[in-house]
Design a protein around this ligand. Structure first.
Ligand SMILES: Nc1ncnc2c1ncn2[C@@H]1O[C@H](COP(=O)(O)OP(=O)(O)OP(=O)(O)O)[C@@H](O)[C@H]1O
Ligand SMILES: [Mg+2]
Length: 143
C-alpha cells in the first residue's frame, strides 16, 4: 500500500477514517499508531473495530488495565497500549509476542517506544495534531 494522507476535523471523522481503513488493512496485520497524548489513536481504533464488525465504538476504551483488549471472534482484534511500560521485558511480560501467533489485527499505541519489538511488515499511522480539532493522519507500510 502506498502512503496516504488524510485530514480530519473531529473525533467522529477520525473514527470514520478507521472504518474506511479497516476495509484495506485486514487481518493478519500489525498497525502502530503514532501520535502524542490526545492525538486520536484510540478514536481511530474505534473505527477499525466498528469496520470489522467486532464491537461498537462505545465499547472501545483505552487499554489501561489490562494493557491489551481483545475483540471479536473469529476475526480477532487486539488493542494494545504500551504507554505505561518502560522495558522490553515488561512488554514481554504482558504476553505481547503471543499476539502474533494467530491471525489477528493488532493495533498498538506507543509501539514506537519499542522499535525492536514491532513486527515487519507493519502499517504505521502518524497522527499529527494541527489544531484543537484538526488532525493530519499519514498511513504507510513498513517492510
Ligand atoms: N480530529 C480529531 N480526531 C480525533 N480526536 C479528536 C479530534 N479532534 C478532537 N479530538 C479529541 O482528541 C481526543 C483524542 O483522544 P484519544 O483517546 O483518541 O487519543 P489518544 O491518541 O488515544 O491518546 P492517549 O495517548 O492518551 O491514549 C478526544 O478527546 C477527542 O474528542
Ligand atoms: Mg489512546
Amino acid at each position: 500500500m502506498p502512503a496516504f494522507e488524510y485530514k480530519t476535523n473531529s473525533e467522529e471523522e477520525t473514527t470514520s477514517l478507521g472504518v474506511l481503513l479497516a476495509q484495506h488493512i485486514t487481518p493478519p496485520a500489525v498497525v502502530v499508531l503514532i501520535g502524542k497524548l490526545g492525538a486520536g489513536k484510540t478514536a481511530l481504533v474505534k473505527g477499525f473495530v466498528k469496520g470489522l464488525g467486532v464491537a461498537e465504538p462505545e465499547e472501545v476504551s483505552s487499554p489501561t488495565f489490562p494493557l491489551i483488549h481483545e475483540y471479536g471472534k473469529p476475526v480477532r482484534v487486539y488493542h494494545v497500549d504500551l504507554y505505561r511500560l518502560e522495558t522490553e521485558e515488561e512488554v514481554a511480560g504482558i504476553g505481547f509476542e503471543e499476539l502474533f501467533d494467530r491471525p489477528a489485527l493488532v493495533l498498538i499505541e506507543w509501539g514506537e517506544r519499542f522499535p525492536n519489538l514491532m513486527p515487519m511488515p507493519r502499517v504505521e499511522i502518524d497522527m499529527e495534531v494541527t489544531g484543537e480539532t484538526s488532525r493530519t493522519i499519514r498511513v504507510r507500510t513498513v517492510q
